[in-house]
Design a protein around this ligand. Sequence first.
Ligand SMILES: Nc1ncnc2c1ncn2[C@@H]1O[C@H](COP(=O)(O)OP(=O)(O)OP(=O)(O)O)[C@@H](O)[C@H]1O
Ligand SMILES: [Mg+2]
Length: 337
Amino acid sequence: MQKEPILRVEGLRTTFTGDEGTVVAVDDVSFDVNEGEIVGLIGESGSGKSVTALAIMGLLPKSTSQVTAERIMFDGRNLARASDREMRRLRGGSIGMIFQEPMSSLNPVLKIGDQLIEPIRIHERISYRAAFDRGVELLTKVGIPSPVQRMNDYPHQLSGGMRQRVMIAIALSCSPKLLLADEPTTALDVTIQAQLLDLLLEIQAETKMAIVLITHSMGVIAECADKVVVMYSGRIAEQGPVTDIFDRPGHPYTKGLMQCTPELTGNPRRLTTIPGALPSLSALPPGCRFAPRCGLAQPACEAGRPPMIGVGQNHASACIRADELVASAAQPEGAEV
Ligand SMILES: Nc1ncnc2c1ncn2[C@@H]1O[C@H](COP(=O)(O)OP(=O)(O)OP(=O)(O)O)[C@@H](O)[C@H]1O
Ligand SMILES: [Mg+2]
């Protein structure tokens, strides 16, 4: 019998209400994360990746946002029905998080050591000394030199890369079963990004925790992920195992993202972009939201929301031409749709 996924998101929807009314930022998003799996969540800026992660964690502002879901099952519990208290216990406990901006996630007036020790002592009733030792061990694990001294430093005394390593250490401090990593390396330079991704992969191989890795980069997905969920304008455009998606993308948006990735096109000097931009949440097209930018769009694409079409095992695409796209990818060069 197949094991239940560690995280199963079903029908997640998030709206924001402001002066100009209510907009739907995440619309009917469903995906699974199996134990020990790395799932890449990709899409252009504004596609709803962070909102998805924050909604799962119950971290969106209650005054302006509304989150609904059929179910958000994590390790046997439905987070969609969990109390604030239960969510607080899970966050930083069985679910670790790393955010886009390490400077805004670390408290500038607290020493690194205190920020590491506090969550450990909240989640596990151990002595200060034992938690301090664990903190030092974690800093060592994430490659921070002189870890005992660093415990007494404040965040501003560390470089951006070192701060992000501290964030990783904090996220790992209670041995989470699931890590939500929202662009954990974007703010850093390329070499440091690569080092930190390698570090995350190393730790994942050792701990077997599941990771939802949010990124802009198909290159990062290719290197790290087992499965990929492609988001566009608050909805899932395509999802499936990484090899299937790379070999046989079933959505023109996924193809576009791949063609914009120099490491994948074999032409690192040619920078391509997908023409056009994401629609505004207050003026969404009625049919496929990608249709206005899609070279393959037909009148039917504008008529209604495209259904998810299965194009392989656990591989589905929200494009009415998905079968055609997948079939053409299986053809020799030059015969593509
Ligand atoms: N607190 C909020 N109030 C109102 N709208 C919001 C709020 N947070 C996000 N949004 C809107 O929701 C949409 C999705 O935003 P989100 O931050 O999830 O995008 P993203 O995919 O993470 O982008 P990026 O790659 O830039 O991080 C955007 O249109 C954004 O403006
Ligand atoms: Mg984001």
